[in-house]
Design a protein around this ligand. Structure first.
Ligand code: HEM
Length: 315
């Protein structure tokens, strides 16, 4: 079952942000940890400059992200991670991967990679940094992006990053822009984004878009009300926004989760009803943007046909 399920009574045209309480993790380590870290590292070793980019001048923010992420890992998964600090001499132990790293905090020469590039390889989240008045994307390690990549967005301010969707949800994006300007230190927020895909491939960065479009066209031609639940995946991103205290930049973290539609519907009694409510009220332009136009009518028919008692009586 997906750990986050952002489907309510209708399409949410608001930002959908909530405060992230002190007691909640910023970084989440789950059962996919090893698989996803292995995949991430493979992608980064194949195309390092595609999956990691950083503009010069924002190294202090990168160190802040490293500190925040490591502290968070230790706090919420103390059995798996340890951080020993002796002044600026830090020793990092990752027991899941059986790795140890020693470095001098603040000294780039002592880490094998840039701080963001190194710490991103310890976590399942994609990590990006936005800085300045317009919240410009200044650095990122993005392996599991959904339809975008760093080449397209690095150096762009928040507003331009969202250019393709501004005409569809302009009030939401205006509110989000204000949030980016005013987000206080010590008051992080989170939101969840959803999409529905024909594969559970995690890396959906733009270099895969034409292949994924082709797959969608092939698959959707063969979808029926009986087959669709085995052909679609619900993809949810848990996104966090944290103002970094020293640099004033913002860390935007994205953790991607996915589940086969059939499994989600089986595991969550009200999933079908909630998804039907949201999909049938989502503006057509947004459905199109999310690549759901070709299968939406069958999907809604399938969801509306589900009776929660069906699964109870057959399980
Ligand atoms: C409260 C903050 C935010 C809100 C409300 C928001 C909202 C959205 C929405 C509604 C979409 C359309 C995609 C979908 O719904 O599946 C989207 C896409 C996107 N968002 Fe955000 N977003 C926020 C923060 C950010 C930040 C900080 C970044 C920084 C990198 C970002 C990068 C993107 C990108 C790259 C896309 C895809 C745009 C494209 O298709 O070219 N978002 N966002």
């Amino acid at each position: 079952m997906l750990p986050y399920f952002p489907f309510g009574q209708q399409f949410n045209d608001k930002m959908g942000t909530y405060p992230l309480p002190e007691s909640d993790w910023l970084i989440e380590v789950d059962q996919q940890y090893q698989n996803e870290i292995t995949l991430k590292r493979q992608l980064l070793s194949t195309l390092p400059h595609y999956y990691y980019q950083a503009l010069p001048g924002h190294e202090p923010a990168q160190w802040e992200v490293l500190e925040l992420v490591l502290q968070n890992l230790v706090r919420f998964s103390p059995d798996s991670f340890t951080l020993h600090r002796n002044g600026n001499q830090w020793l990092w132990q990752n027991r899941i991967l059986n790795e140890e790293t020693t470095f001098t905090f603040g000294d780039m020469r002592t880490l094998p990679k840039d701080p963001l590039d190194w710490v991103g390889r310890q976590v399942q989240e994609d990590l990006t940094i936005l800085a300045g008045n317009e919240a410009t994307l200044v650095a990122g390690q993005l392996c599991f992006g959904n339809g975008w990549c760093l080449d397209e967005k690095i150096g762009l301010p928040f507003w331009q990053i969202h250019r393709p969707i501004v005409p569809i949800v302009e009030p939401m994006m205006l509110a989000a822009q204000k949030l980016m300007e005013r987000l206080p230190v010590g008051r992080p927020v989170w939101r969840a984004n959803w999409s529905v895909k024909v594969t559970d491939q995690l890396d959906m960065t733009s270099r895969h878009t034409s292949m994924l479009d082709k797959l969608l066209a092939e698959q959707s031609a063969h979808m029926t009300i009986d087959s669709i639940a085995e052909q679609l995946y619900v993809r949810v991103e848990r996104q966090t926004l944290t103002r970094l205290p020293r640099s004033g930049a913002i860390l935007f973290g994205i953790h991607t989760y996915q589940n086969l539609l059939a499994r989600e519907v089986e595991e969550r009694p009200d999933a079908a009803k909630r998804m039907a409510q949201v999909f049938s009220t989502t503006p057509a332009a947004m459905i199109d943007y999310k690549g759901m136009t070709s299968f939406l009518p069958i999907l809604i028919r399938y969801l509306n046909n589900i009776h929660p008692s069906y699964y109870k009586s057959t399980s």
